[in-house]
Structures are given as structure tokens and as C-alpha cells.
Design a protein around this ligand. Structure first.
Ligand code: MEV
Length: 323
């Protein structure tokens, strides 16, 4: 049996502009997803996920159907797309397999789909003894995610593959490790999980209407990302906080903020955080604050009072690995 785990992710800087080839900084999270893969005698692939276990349904695909699959079923879509991407590269699978996925019950919008996709590809590659670089794992996984979602910058896939904290640009043409020893961060879930794709579409429509202005905003976000990269490496955390505030303002200008985001962001700032912003597509999901030790407790309490949930999850986690 092969067992693989891949990390979730936290977008730090660069959301939305990264969809158009801009840059971002993302850190991997110790909020891990597991894929188990076992050979079985039947000529089919049996897929089991936490959701399928709840409704007591086992999904089955005939081996001959893996490559023909174009209609993916919601709870297993990323596994199906990963299987297809693998077969497009290495040819049809000839042995029956049972694939089980597992992970934290609450995903908080922290990258479960990309982590499951990457872990499935990595498990397949290992099960069939294929010598494959992390770059190839990224390419195969990114193709699978695009196949399901239609649009994605791929930064979350890179985070699940490479782990650590990375600077990501131009749909993965540039992926660089950003060295950090620790990060003074408080992470919180707003309570509202959003559909990333609907926010990508919303921003895309705005960009079509206000092309020059939104391109200008994205250029500024790119400059923020570049400065954040330098200051994260140099551990100038108050500057990183200030850049978080600027980025939050730029994201407000493209209309992805909500009161559920603003309440914990302002609570953090008003209680001594160096800076705070949303993380991800907007609309909800998570926020983070950059906070020094003396203010941490006060900031966490203030965030909790807004109804958001503090998440005790470590950043800069390992990329995909056998366990
Ligand atoms: C979502 O976490 C971040 C977006 O930039 C989408 C993406 O990069 O694929 C909004």
C-alpha cells in the first residue's frame, strides 16, 4: 500500500493578480490531506472520500473509462482528473486500484482540492515506480486542476508539491523558495467558505469593464508581492504587516471584501497587529494578521469577538511526501 500526504496552503500576497500571470507568495500548512492507494483484483478503480463515506457510496470507474472521462462527479472530481492526467502522460492503468482520501473535516478554504490532486498523482507515480521530478508532479497536477476548475493560477498546486514558503509567478514558470525560520502570524477563519471560481469570474468581469484600472491595481499588487518577499526573508515583520494592509486595500478596490472579512481584519489592527488582510479569493475564507508576541493574545481575543475562529495551524510545512 502507498500512503501519501500533501499540505494545504495559505495565500499570503498576490491573490487574483496571480491568475493573470502575476506573482504571489504562498506558505504551505500543516493541515494535511492523505491519499492511500492499494491494488485490488477487479478491473476497476474504486474511490472513497470522506464525503462518500458519509453517504455510504463507493465510486467505481472501469479501467477503460479513466481516459474517456470528461464529466467529473463532485466528491471525487479531483481524484478522477488526477487519474486522467496521469494516464495521459504514462498510458492506461492496467491494474485495479482502491484510492481512499482523507483529511481534516473542516477545510477552511485552505487548499484541500489541490492537496488531494497532488497527493493522488504522487501516490500513482510511486505505485507504478515512475521516476518523476517535483516539477513533473506539478505539471501533471496543475493540468488536472485546470481540467476540473477551468481557471486557476496553480499557486496552490505548487505549494502542495514543493512545500515551505514560495514565490510563484507566471503560472508556475517561476517557483522560488522563500527562506523563513518562523513567521509571527495569527490565522483565522471568517466562518464563510466561498467558491473561489465565482470570485475569479467576478474579478474577470470587472477587469473586462475596467481593464486599465484593474491592470494598474494588479501592477501595484505585484509590487507589494516583490517587497513582501524581500521583507519576509529579512524578517522585517512590521513592514510585512504594512504591506498586508496595502494589499488588503487593493483587494478592496476590486470588490472581493465583505463585512465578515473586514471585522476580524480591523479587530486585529486595532489591537496591535502590524497588519492584517484576507487570504484567498475573498468573500470569506481566512484572514491573517502579522503580530508581535506581546500583542498576540489580545489580537486573538479581539478576532474571536468578531465571530471568527482562530486556527492553530503551522506554516512553512513540508510538501507532498510518502508517509
Ligand atoms: C484563491 O485562493 C486565489 C486566487 O488568486 C485564485 C488562484 O490563484 O487560482 C483568487
Amino acid at each position: 500500500m502507498i500512503r501519501v500526504s500533501a499540505p494545504g496552503k495559505l495565500m499570503l500576497f498576490g491573490e487574483h493578480s496571480v491568475v493573470y500571470g502575476g506573482s504571489c507568495i504562498v506558505t504551505s500548512l500543516d493541515h494535511r490531506y492523505v491519499v492511500e492507494l492499494k491494488e485490488i483484483r477487479n478491473e476497476k478503480i474504486v474511490i472513497e472520500t470522506p464525503e462518500s463515506r458519509l453517504v455510504k457510496i463507493l465510486y467505481e470507474i472501469k479501467l477503460s473509462q479513466v481516459l474517456n472521462n470528461t464529466k467529473y462527479e463532485r466528491p471525487i472530481s479531483f481524484v478522477q482528473a488526477a487519474l486522467k492526467s496521469f494516464c495521459l502522460q504514462y498510458g492506461p492503468i492496467k491494474k485495479g486500484l482502491r484510492i481512499s482520501t482523507n483529511g481534516p473535516i473542516a477545510s477552511y478554504g485552505l487548499g484541500s482540492s489541490s492537496a488531494i490532486t497532488v497527493a493522488t498523482i504522487y501516490a500513482l507515480v510511486n505505485a507504478f515506480g515512475i521516476n518523476c521530478s517535483k516539477r513533473e508532479i506539478f505539471d501533471l497536477s496543475y493540468r488536472a486542476v485546470i481540467d476540473v476548475q477551468g481557471e486557476s493560477s496553480g499557486f496552490d498546486v505548487a505549494s502542495a508539491v514543493f512545500g515551505g514558503t514560495i514565490y510563484y509567478k507566471n503560472h508556475g514558470k517561476i517557483i522560488e523558495n522563500v527562506q523563513i525560520s518562523s513567521m509571527p502570524i495569527v490565522l483565522a477563519f471568517t466562518g464563510n467558505k466561498v467558491s473561489t471560481i465565482s470570485y475569479i469570474q467576478y474579478v474577470s468581469a470587472l477587469k473586462n469593464r475596467q481593464r486599465h484600472i484593474i491592470n494598474g491595481v494588479f501592477d501595484l499588487i505585484d509590487q507589494v508581492v516583490y517587497q513582501a518577499k524581500i521583507n519576509i526573508v529579512e524578517q522585517n515583520w512590521w513592514v510585512v504587516g504594512e504591506l498586508a494592509n496595502i494589499c488588503q486595500g487593493l483587494l478592496d478596490s476590486i470588490g472581493v471584501n465583505t463585512m465578515q472579512i473586514l471585522a476580524p481584519v480591523y479587530a486585529a489592527r486595532e489591537n496591535g497587529a502590524w497588519g492584517a488582510k484576507l487570504s484567498g479569493a475573498g468573500g470569506g475564507d481566512c484572514i491573517f494578521a502579522i503580530v508581535d508576541k506581546p500583542h498576540r493574545h489580545q489580537v486573538e481575543n479581539a478576532i474571536k469577538k468578531t465571530g471568527a475562529e482562530i486556527l492553530a495551524i503551522n506554516v512553512d510545512a513540508d510538501g507532498v511526501k510518502l508517509i
